[in-house]
Design a protein around this ligand. Structure first.
Ligand code: HEC
Ligand code: HEC
Ligand code: HEC
Ligand code: HEC
Length: 120
């Protein structure tokens, strides 16, 4: 986990160096998921399938998985988290059940369990 966070910081720093077009706030990892992706050069179209998403726009799990492969693949990355948010009795959850694009993400497990997650 530590390694991943460090790699992410290094990636962001690298992107800042090579791209002058990034907004100044782009490196702020405290921003929402879409902001952090855009800081890495991910465009609206990569998540939305269109360059100009409209109000009510959604994101399909397949769009996330074009880069993140699958729920199983991300489950490997969080296998030390107990219980694993990506591997549980709710088979095949959509990413956006928890990961929100432009607002605070949600721990949907907490609707039934006393499980604490900090969802990025
Ligand atoms: C990392 C993926 C990602 C990127 C990149 C991204 N979005 Fe989104 N966007 C989402 C997700 C997920 C939602 C679903 C709503 C939510 O939970 O935030 C969403 C929802 C939206 C909505 C609908 C919001 C609503 O409440 O009706 C709009 C409009 C939108 N995005 C615009 C954009 C624009 C414009 C860009 C590029 C500047 C962009 N998005 C980049 C993931 C992304
Ligand atoms: C165009 C490629 C691309 C798309 C599409 C994409 N991501 Fe990412 N995402 C990345 C990259 C690159 C990173 C940074 C390296 C890593 O952690 O894999 C990242 C990191 C993340 C992280 C951890 C770091 C952080 O800032 O939170 C989460 C969580 C994440 N993505 C979720 C999603 C979700 C959910 C979607 C769909 C709504 C999505 N991604 C769509 C490329 C993408
Ligand atoms: C049940 C809620 C939930 C769902 C559904 C979910 N995630 Fe996550 N995700 C989390 C939580 C919680 C974390 C943070 C785990 C931790 O490190 O504490 C996380 C972390 C991540 C990370 C960062 C992993 C790392 O190495 O730190 C990525 C990438 C990611 N999710 C992608 C996805 C994608 C892609 C999907 C859909 C295929 C998805 N997630 C579905 C809750 C969820
Ligand atoms: C709609 C309610 C509901 C939601 C949402 C939910 N669970 Fe459960 N969960 C249950 C019930 C019911 C059981 C079985 C009774 C029990 O052991 O509490 C259970 C059992 C479990 C168990 C113990 C048994 C097993 O299968 O290993 C774990 C761990 C667990 N859930 C994790 C999660 C995680 C992680 C999430 C979010 C991804 C989640 N649950 C979301 C209702 C829910």
């Amino acid at each position: 986990m530590k390694f991943t966070r460090l790699a992410f910081v290094a990636l962001t720093a690298g992107a800042m160096l090579i791209s002058a077009s990034l907004p100044a706030a782009a490196a702020d990892s405290g921003k929402f998921l879409a902001d952090r992706h855009m800081a890495r050069g991910v465009q609206c179209v990569s998540c939305h399938g269109t360059a100009s998403p409209q109000p009510g726009a959604a994101v399909k799990t397949e769009s996330c998985n074009a880069c993140h492969q699958s729920l199983d693949a991300v489950a490997k990355r969080t296998q030390k988290v107990d219980p694993n948010p990506h591997y549980n009795h709710l088979v095949g959850l959509d990413c956006v059940e928890c990961h929100k694009g432009h607002r605070q993400s949600v721990n949907m497990c907490a609707g039934c369990h006393n499980i604490h997650y900090n969802v990025p």
